[in-house]
Write a protein that binds this ligand. Structure first.
Ligand code: GDP
Ligand code: MG
Length: 175
């Protein structure tokens, strides 16, 4: 019930991944419930906030969307050094973008909070019949690093709320 809602903490969440995998589309779907097939490339990192109810507690997610086409060294650790969680996004039809997730994980292991919550999102699952990344591989990899794996689509609004809610719950647990 609304009357029992308690104000809670703010968590910093970063979205990382190759350009064109759908990071900006996922944030815009989650926060504003919109989608565009002509989503233009993100030029700078930007952030949006979303309040989410976790068991009667109002958690604020400060979601940092990055320009994925930049090399991570160019982006700089300032974006993820103090992040509570990272959502690593790849495109289910792009194997290179999945390989990039693994480089991001290595980078985060070095530069980020030791207890950072990691989630891997295989995006564009509305195009699932064209998938080239093997689902077992990606799920097994996620498990091996203690991450959760979600199939998402910003276009069909699949798995997005679930993924972000799961992130909020897990950050609350590790805090
Ligand atoms: P970013 O560079 O990672 O931020 O990716 P964008 O959000 O800019 O999306 C790149 C392109 O993929 C755009 O044309 C989007 O419309 C498209 N896109 C993003 N998410 C999805 C999705 O879930 N399904 C499909 N079919 N296209 C998507
Ligand atoms: Mg973008």
């Amino acid at each position: 019930a609304t009357s029992s809602m308690r104000p809670g903490p703010t968590f910093k969440l970063v979205l990382l991944g190759d350009g064109r995998v759908g990071k900006t589309s996922m944030v815009l779907r989650y926060v504003n419930n919109i989608f565009s097939d002509k989503q233009t490339a993100t030029i700078q990192a930007s952030y949006l906030t979303k309040r989410v109810n976790v068991d009667g507690l109002t958690v604020t997610l400060a979601i940092w969307d990055t320009a994925g086409q930049e090399r991570f060294h160019a982006l700089g650790p300032i974006y993820y050094r103090d992040a509570d969680a990272a959502v690593l996004v790849y495109d289910l039809m792009d194997k290179d973008s999945f390989a990039r997730v693994k480089s991001w994980v290595k980078e985060l292991r070095k530069m980020a909070n030791k207890n950072i919550v990691l989630t891997i999102a295989g995006n564009k699952c509305d195009m699932d019949r064209h998938r080239t990344v093997d689902l077992q591989d990606s799920e097994r990899y996620a498990e091996s690093i203690g991450a959760h794996h979600f199939l998402t689509s910003a276009k069909s609004n699949t798995g997005i709320e679930e993924a972000f809610l799961d992130v909020a719950k897990r950050v609350l647990e590790v805090r």
